[in-house]
Write a protein that binds this ligand. Structure first.
Ligand code: FCB
Length: 443
C-alpha cells in the first residue's frame, strides 16, 4: 500500500491536518542553556530506559528546526503541534529566565508562520525541571502556581502568535504512568503520589488556562490520551476490571473538567489520599475550554487479579500489533470521539491530537518503505470519518510524529516518524508514509 484511500475532499471543509512532536523528544536538551529535568535523572538511573539513553542530543531540532519545518510545510500540512520545555525557559523551574530559550521559541514560532503553519503549542510534555522534582514535583500542590508563572513567561513571549494552546500533554501519563506504574519519570510506584499528582495536574491545567485568558489568548484546549479496555473475557469480574481501567485512564480528567467530579470507583480508592480541600479546586479545574484533543493508539485486554486496587492486569490480545506491541484497533478511536461528545463535551470542537505507530523502518537504497504506517493511518482516518458521520465535531488530525525521536523509556529504538532519522548522522529521510500524506493532502 503506498497511497491513502482518502483525501481532503472526504473531510469537512477546513479540516486541519498536522503533525506532532515534543520538545524533550526532538530538541536536544544539552543545547541552548536548558536546565536539568527529571527525565535526565530518570534516564541516568539504571534499568529505567533502554540503553540508558536520554534527550541531550535527540534529533538536534534545536539547530535543525528550519529544515524540519520545511518538511512539515512540504508535506502539505496545515499545522504543527509542538511543545515548549519549562527547563529551557526557566532552568530552575522558577525565577531566572534563560533568554536563549525564550529566543529559540520565538524563532521557532516565526519560522512556522513564515511557512504558513499554524502553531499549536503544548506547555508541558513531561520534562519537569529537576529543582521542582526536588520539591515533590506533581505531588506538591504549589506546582499549579509554578506552572502558572511559567505559562505567563512563555506565553507572554509567543502567545500572540499561537493558533492554539493546551497546558499539559496526556495527564494520565503525567499522573498514573509516572507515579503508579513507575514507567516514566519520576518513576514512582505509590498510590498516594498518584492520587495527588492526578489532581494537581488538573489544578495546574486550570490555572494555566486562567493565566492565558488573562493574557488575552484564545483557542485554548486540553489534550488527553485514551485506550480502549476490552474485558479479557465475559465474566462479571473481567467487566468490572475493565470498567475500573476505563475510569482512571479514560474518564478521570474529562470528568474533573467537564463535570466537576471524579468517577466513583476511582474516588473510592483515592479519597483518603487526595490533598485537603480538593473539592474546592474544581472551580479552577472546570474553567471552560475551547476544544478537546484526543491522543489514541491502541486497546488493552484487562483481566482481574488479586493485587490491591485496581486489582487487574493486562493480558495479550489477538489483533495485529505495532512495534510497541500495541494492538491496532481503530474502532476505539471512533468510540472515544463519539463518547467524548456524548458524555462530556457536546458541541465543543474535537481534534485527534496524536495517532500513529512504531514500525521497524529501515533505509534501503535511500528509501524507507513503511506500508504498515500508511495502512495504520488509513484505518484510523476511516474511523475519524465514521465519527464525523455519527455527529462528532472532529476538526483535525495530527500524526505522531513528524520524525523518529526519543521514545521515552524505549530510547531511540521505536520509530514513530513519517521522516526517518539516522541518530548517528542526524540525516532526515522522508518515508513512504510522508509521501503518501503529501499526495493525499494535495490530491
Ligand atoms: C504518546 C506521547 C508521545 C509519544 C507517543 C508514542 O503517549 O504523547 O510523546 O511517546 O505516545
Amino acid at each position: 500500500m503506498d497511497k491513502f484511500n482518502w483525501d481532503r475532499s472526504d473531510l469537512p471543509e477546513g479540516f486541519m491536518f498536522g503533525t506532532a512532536t515534543s520538545s524533550y523528544q526532538i530538541e536536544g536538551h544539552g543545547f541552548g542553556g536548558a536546565g536539568r529535568t527529571h527525565w535526565d535523572d530518570f534516564a541516568a538511573t539504571p534499568g529505567n530506559v533502554v540503553r540508558a539513553e536520554n534527550g541531550l542530543k535527540a534529533c538536534d531540532h534545536y539547530h535543525r528546526y528550519a529544515e524540519d519545518l520545511d518538511l512539515v510545510a512540504a508535506a502539505g500540512l496545515d499545522a504543527y503541534r509542538f511543545s515548549v520545555s519549562w527547563a529551557r525557559v526557566m532552568p530552575e523551574g522558577r525565577g531566572a529566565i534563560n533568554q536563549e530559550g525564550l529566543d529559540f521559541y520565538d524563532r521557532l514560532t516565526d519560522a512556522m508562520l513564515e511557512r504558513d503553519l499554524k502553531p499549536c503549542a503544548t506547555l508541558y510534555h513531561w520534562e519537569l525541571p529537576s529543582p521542582l522534582a526536588d520539591l515533590g514535583g506533581w505531588r506538591n500542590g504549589d506546582i499549579a502556581n509554578w506552572f502558572g508563572d511559567f505559562t505567563d513567561v512563555i506565553m507572554g513571549k509567543i502567545g500572540d502568535r499561537m493558533h492554539s494552546v493546551a497546558p499539559i500533554n496526556e495527564p494520565w501519563c503525567v499522573g498514573w504512568l509516572s507515579h503508579m506504574l513507575g514507567h516514566h519519570a519520576p518513576g514512582l510506584r505509590d498510590i498516594r503520589a498518584t492520587a495527588r499528582a492526578m489532581h494537581h495536574v488538573l489544578l495546574a491545567h486550570g490555572t494555566a488556562i486562567d493565566r492565558m485568558r488573562a493574557l488575552g489568548l484564545s483557542n485554548l484546549g486540553g489534550v488527553f490520551n485514551f485506550e480502549y479496555p476490552h474485558p479479557a473475557d465475559d465474566t462479571p469480574e473481567a467487566m468490572e476490571a475493565a470498567a475500573v481501567y476505563d475510569e482512571y485512564y479514560n474518564q478521570f480528567f474529562l470528568s474533573g473538567i467537564f463535570k466537576g467530579e471524579y468517577p466513583a470507583r476511582v474516588l473510592k480508592a483515592f479519597e483518603l489520599h487526595l490533598p485537603k480541600g480538593w473539592q474546592d479546586d474544581f472551580k479552577t479545574i472546570q474553567t471552560p475550554l475551547d476544544w478537546v484533543g484526543l491522543n489514541y493508539y491502541t486497546c488493552k485486554r484487562i483481566a482481574p487479579n488479586d493485587d490491591p486496587w485496581p486489582s487487574h492486569q493486562e493480558v495479550d490480545g489477538p489483533l495485529p500489533k505495532t512495534k510497541m506491541g500495541w494492538e491496532i484497533y481503530p474502532d476505539g478511536l471512533h468510540h472515544f470521539l463519539t463518547r467524548t461528545k456524548d458524555v462530556y463535551t457536546g458541541d465543543l470542537p474535537l481534534l485527534v491530537t496524536e495517532n500513529g505507530m512504531a514500525n521497524a523502518d529501515i533505509i534501503q537504497n535511500g528509501q524507507v518503505n513503511d506500508p504498515e504506517r500508511i495502512a495504520y493511518v488509513d484505518v484510523h482516518m476511516k474511523a475519524v470519518q465514521r465519527a464525523i458521520a455519527d455527529g462528532a465535531p472532529v476538526e483535525g488530525y495530527f500524526l505522531w510524529s513528524l520524525m523518529d525521536n526519543y521514545e521515552w523509556a524505549l530510547g531511540y529504538e521505536k520509530r514513530f516518524g513519517a521522516v526517518h532519522v539516522d541518530f548517528d548522522t542526524l540525516t532526515r529521510t522522508p518515508k513512504a508514509s510522508y509521501y503518501a500524506l503529501q499526495d493525499a493532502l494535495r490530491r
